[in-house]
Design a protein around this ligand. Structure first.
Ligand code: SF4
Length: 314
């Protein structure tokens, strides 16, 4: 194996986005300010490595506020956003809370609220049960938002004729699939109101475009990220749709398919917005132990977006 040469096309940008960096920083700064433990509602970002490293410094992850035994401790809401009922519940429990919702998710929340106030019925394009979708739908009274997951849902969707409609989307969807859904919506409801600015975020857009740019040249494509990370799973799909015959998600329990790599000349690597760069480095180091590796980074755009943490943590 050791003589086998493999070229790695390293997709860039990849890995952490500004929303994820901010959410992790919020947990670290909260532990520093309040001491351990600090509770975090849901995985702060969908990555096991990140969650484990925060557990090690004093974060306790829970799914619902009821689970918190000591309610004198602060609680942080994850980057995916929460329904409005959650901060209200924290207030009822007299708990201090810190909201780590990504500002780009909050933007979608405000957009949905504005549409609702202007008398629109809202269609949210997204994945059922994803925490971001639960959070966005929970910004408004039940029945104000309908979820649409694909073009079949658009076909089957029936609307009261007297209603005006508008749409918003989850931030981490596939750009191409979403465009097709929007096209179908516009065909069925020509008057539908589009968001003022695209809801799929800059990080999702850049990571997908970067993968699309190189996937066709790759015999295999690997995306480092967790199984429950929407944007990581989308990157695998994008690599396949862009012409790579074999794309895989490499998550914490995955085995590297060394045998299959023997048939590869070029492989692609990217990582989801919640996956730290160390996972990419470890993966490449494992490959270096077995093969002769040449690395070429292919960057399509430089990112310089930074989101500030809440001022009370500074
Ligand atoms: Fe925010 Fe986009 Fe990152 Fe999600 S993927 S946390 S919306 S920047």
């Amino acid at each position: 194996m050791k003589n086998k040469e493999i070229k790695i096309l390293l997709s860039a940008p990849r890995g952490f986005c500004a929303g994820v960096e901010r959410a992790i920083e919020i947990v670290k700064k909260s532990i520093k300010k309040y001491g351990a433990p600090v509770y975090v509602r849901h995985e702060i970002v969908h990555n096991k490595y990140v969650v484990d490293s925060l557990k090690a410094i004093g974060a306790i992850f829970i799914e619902e506020l009821e689970e918190i035994k000591d309610k004198t401790r602060p609680v942080i809401f994850s980057a995916h956003g929460v329904p409005k009922a959650i901060p209200l519940q924290a207030t009822k429990y007299k708990m201090e809370y810190i909201d780590a919702t990504c500002p780009l998710v909050s933007k979608v929340h405000r957009e949905a609220e504005n549409l609702y106030k202007a008398g629109y019925h809202i269609i949210l394009i997204g994945h059922n049960n994803h925490p971001e979708v639960i959070g966005t739908m929970g910004q408004l009274p039940e029945g104000a938002i309908d979820l649409i997951q694909d073009e079949h849902d658009v076909e089957a969707y029936e609307l009261d004729q007297n209603k005006k409609i508008g749409y918003t989307t989850q931030t981490t969807l596939s750009i191409d699939d979403t465009q097709n859904i929007i096209k179908a919506l516009k065909k069925k409801f020509p008057e539908i109101k589009a968001p003022f600015k695209e809801d799929i975020c800059y990080a999702t857009t850049n990571r997908q475009s970067a993968v699309k740019n190189i996937a066709k040249q790759c015999d295999m494509f690997f995306v480092l990220g967790s199984r429950n990370s929407s944007n990581s799973v989308r990157l695998v799909e994008v690599a396949e749709q862009a012409g790579c015959a074999h794309a895989e998600l490499i998550h914490s329990e995955s085995e590297i398919p060394f045998e299959q790599l023997l048939n590869c000349k070029t492989i692609g690597i990217s990582s989801g917005a919640s996956a730290p760069e160390i996972l990419v480095e470890d993966f490449i180091n494992k490959l270096k132990n077995k093969f002769q590796i040449k690395i070429e980074e292919v960057e399509i755009i430089k990112e310089n977006i930074v989101f500030k943490v809440p001022s009370k943590l500074n």
